[in-house]
Ligand binder design. Sequence first.
Ligand code: UDX
Length: 439
Amino acid sequence: MPYRLTVIGTGYLGITHAACMADLGFDVLGLDVDADKINRLNAGELPIHEPGLEQVLRRGLDSGRLRFTTSYEEVAAFGDVHFICVGTPQKRGEYAADVTYMDTAVETLAPLLESECLVVGKSTVPVGTAERLAEKLARLAPAGGEAELAWNPEFLREGFAVHDTLHPDRIVFGVRSERAEKMLREVYEPLGEVPVVVTDFATAELVKTAANAFLATKISFINAMAEVCEAAHADVELLSEALSYDDRIGGRYLNAGLGFGGGCLPKDIRAFMARAGELGADQALTFLREVDAINMRRRARMVDLARELAGGSFHGCTVGVLGAAFKPNSDDIRDSPALDVAVTIGHQGGQVSVYDPIALDNARKAHPELNYGVSAIEAVRGAHVVLLLTEWQEFVQLDPVELGAVVATRRIVDGRNALNADLWRSAGWQYRALGRPNP
Ligand code: UDX
């Protein structure tokens, strides 16, 4: 009999994991404390935008292999393997991660575990959390040692969540017994040949934070080069292209622009620094302060460039903003560089009008003070400056002539180095970009 799986927490990670595991043939029960969300999920409605996920969710529900509940009792009675996928946000006013949801999940589940099972942490946590949770589980579970903990970090990207879950480039098992390793191997067997790295708890936790720290560093590296390029009148796009041909460097995560945002990279590098500090290894990660600072400076530089194009002040100026999501193909606005820039320009007196293909509702809820257009054309109508801040394909394909006909003045800042500069310039636009020369 294949294992029966449960997934606790239905955010981007939990929903995707639950739906994909059901698609692989497992019986899966998802849990969240938010009853409204559970009702929507059971009705096949996704509370988030994630390409391809709704079909996988519906397939799971239709097959009878996937269900969602708010009952921990049901989850405990159902599952052989319990995946914990709750959020670990940044603490308010601090760098550290808030692992309360993680602790609450274990404290609620553990006393209900009567028989042999595996509890698997997937969320991104400060190193040392698994060790602490394992002690908690051993203390609270009536099953005693039969209820074991494992750590299995998740590396999925939003926008590619289904693909990344079904085709991971590696799987990490932080385990303390052969039994735990064997159970996890069985769970992931339907994925076929995937490199598996078996580690202790601490290494498994660190793999995830190290991966995100590396990616953030790579992005900030090229954005630091963009700063130098601006000062030296060089072109970061060509620089990045030339670097990308070096196999040792590689071209991915080397797109200069407005920098990284979202629910992971920014908070994960901060939580990593905070944890290293607690461990007395803070010096090892002081470079991440720079990575963070470079990233935040890109947003400030974007505002400066927009103000320069507006003639030195935003007062009396209409700014059309294309993009609100932290990246294309997502409705996620958590720590979105695009919205951050839009809000700052609003504070500095600009009349901001934002459009995003999918993230508009989320943006409107978070920032009702901004104006929102119903389309890209409507958002830039009458604008003195247009800003491209999230590189949705729809924006990359915009016709500069068509757009030129509705704006007040043809001035654009390409915050993602996503547009064809020559095309826009030849359509009469003043085109500026981060890290590129202004001829
Ligand atoms: C990231 C990691 O990629 C993933 O492995 C981890 O599990 C969660 O965090 P995600 O937050 O979905 O995933 O987004 P990602 O595609 O990595 O992009 C992060 C941010 O970096 C976005 O704001 C994006 O616009 C920016 N970015 C990315 C750049 O500015 N330049 C690049 O070259 C690449």
